[in-house]
Each structure stands twice: as structure tokens, then as C-alpha cells.
Design a protein around this ligand. Structure first.
Ligand SMILES: [Zn+2]
Length: 144
């Protein structure tokens, strides 16, 4: 089996962290005031990640979508995906944010987020509070 990774870094609308349905963010992000580049913090707890079949036996992972923007399993892959990978066909399954990015929600991540907050010059306690709230809601995340 061959694997390819989406989203592509090749520019809009396949920008990392954007929903392939509505093009708004599916990741929590924070602007780095020095570099002006938004840092991806963790995926929205309601995000789902489509696995797309392509070619003979390939799958592409990580088509990020809000649960409410996600077409049913078996749907044709979004046009932007088919434009990049002409042999892409259908969405074969979804992974939830909690499944796919479990490490981003693991308790060990808190230390990293505290360091990141310091580096970005923001109050770590607010950031950690938001992260914990999203973690708690993961179990209740919508399944497509
Ligand atoms: Zn969306």
C-alpha cells in the first residue's frame, strides 16, 4: 500500500489546518508576534480527517474537515484533492481528531504547550485552559 499525506503545503486552499469543506480553520492557532506566522496548536476537537483512496491501492490521509462539513464516507474526494492527485477517488473512512492526533491531547503535551506559550509571549494558563476544555470534549466529538 502506498501512502501520501494531505494537506499539501502547496498553497490555497490546501493550506495546513484549513477545512477542505468551508476553508476556515480546523486547528486552534496562535499568531507568533515575532514571525507573524500562525502556529498550529492542536486540532479542533470536532475535526475529522478523511482518508482518500487513490490509484490502485493508495490512500491519502489527513483531509481535514469539520464534522459538519464532512461528506458521507464513499463520497468523491474534494476537487482540490483530485486536482493534486488525479487518481484520487473517494473518501473511504474518517479518523477523529482524538484518534489521529492523540499525542497532541496527551497529558505530556501540557509541558510543551507551556513552553510554546512562553516563546510566543502569551499567558500559558489561558492556553492550557482552552486545551483542557477541548480535551474534555474530545470524547463527545461527533462521529461521521
Ligand atoms: Zn468546515
Amino acid at each position: 500500500m502506498q501512502l501520501i499525506q494531505f494537506p499539501s503545503p502547496l498553497g490555497p486552499p490546501a493550506v495546513p489546518g484549513k477545512c477542505f469543506g468551508c476553508a476556515s480553520s480546523v486547528w486552534r492557532r496562535l499568531d507568533n508576534l515575532r514571525t507573524r506566522i500562525p502556529e498550529l496548536l492542536w486540532p479542533d476537537h470536532r475535526a475529522v480527517f478523511g482518508v482518500v483512496a487513490w490509484g490502485e491501492d493508495g490512500i491519502a490521509t489527513g483531509i481535514a474537515l469539520h464534522a459538519e462539513c464532512a461528506p458521507p464516507v464513499g463520497s468523491v474526494a474534494p476537487a482540490v484533492v483530485r486536482a493534486q492527485v488525479p487518481t484520487a477517488t473517494t473518501i473511504v473512512r474518517y479518523e477523529t481528531a482524538g484518534d489521529r492526533y492523540a499525542a497532541w491531547f496527551a497529558s505530556e503535551r501540557e509541558g510543551f504547550l507551556r513552553l510554546l506559550a512562553q516563546e510566543l509571549g502569551v499567558d500559558p494558563s489561558g492556553l492550557i485552559e482552552n486545551w483542557k476544555r477541548d480535551r474534555e470534549q474530545l470524547v463527545a466529538a461527533v462521529r461521521v
